[in-house]
Ligand binder design. Structure first.
Ligand code: BTN
Length: 263
């Protein structure tokens, strides 16, 4: 059994709480999934802003119903839950991807909508889930306000490919040999909160340029999940992927659409 990691919970709390009153930081040795846990708490009426870190997830969840596999010590898995009331939700997960990539530094690309990659391999994934909040929010905001759970999983140390993967995922220690989960979390937490608050105020547009700078698909041949092929041409102000196809420019806005570079 590994000793608990030295999580910088207090430093993160001190940095974030002035921006997010009522904010708390919680580290659990084990949970099924940090996203699932925050959604469970919401159903019990707990909608406070919280950063929930798990040293181990037994049922980590990924996008499109997939699992997210990670092991204690070799990865960073956490969810930030907070209430947001943006004018629109489109582009939120891309803005999160931009914030995390920028917090981690150069050498990290973004594969639409929000995967972080290093040299052709996935480094990190983001799962954003939202649910309505009721009584806690003033009536004028209540139609738009949603409790938002931003779940992030980052590979810190290398691990072998899973049976359903062709190649092993990337790991942060390829960029920083000394990378560790606690310091990585400290680097990300405040920029992530800033990004979410900026998104709630101004939407995705202010993130578009930074996304472009890290966009791994631009100019690449892509195949949409309906079989259409085309060339990726960046994202628009709402975060929709632009794809030049034989039928003209197509906007791909659903995060349920799988886009992969064509072989
Ligand atoms: C993906 O790329 O498919 C998204 C992966 C998201 C994984 C993180 S780990 C912390 C949080 N809890 C979960 O169950 N999932 C997210």
């Amino acid at each position: 059994m590994q000793p608990p990691l030295p999580w910088p919970a207090e430093a993160i709390w001190e940095a974030v709480v002035p921006r997010l009153p009522g904010f708390t930081v919680e580290v659990l040795p084990e949970i099924d999934s940090t996203n699932t846990e925050l959604m469970r708490r919401l159903r019990e009426g707990r909608a406070d802003p919280v950063l929930l870190v798990a040293e181990r997830q037994t049922a980590g969840r990924g996008r499109r119903g997939r699992g997210w596999v990670s092991s204690a010590g070799d990865s960073l898995t956490f969810s930030l839950g907070l209430t947001l009331a943006p004018a629109g939700w489109s582009g939120l997960s891309l803005a999160v991807g931009v914030a995390v990539a920028e917090a981690l530094g150069p050498g990290i690309g973004l594969k639409w909508p929000n995967d972080l990659w290093i040299e052709g391999r996935k480094l990190a994934g983001i799962l954003v889930e939202t649910a309505t909040v009721s009584a806690a929010v003033p009536a004028s905001d209540s139609t738009l306000a949603r409790y938002t759970v931003v779940g992030i999983g980052i590979n810190i140390a290398p691990r072998p490919a899973m049976p359903d993967q062709d190649i092993a995922p990337a790991a942060l220690c390829e960029l920083w040999p000394q990378a560790e989960a606690p310091a990585t979390l400290e680097r990300i937490a405040l920029p992530l909160v800033h990004a979410l608050q900026s998104f709630a105020r101004d939407g995705f547009a202010p993130f578009q340029k930074a996304f472009d700078a890290r966009d791994l698909l631009r100019g690449r041949s892509v195949t949409l999940s309906d079989g259409t092929t085309g060339t990726a041409a960046g994202v628009d102000r709402t975060g929709a992927l632009l794809v030049h196809t034989a039928a003209g420019l197509q906007l791909v806005s659903s995060s349920e659409v799988s886009v992969r570079p064509a072989p």
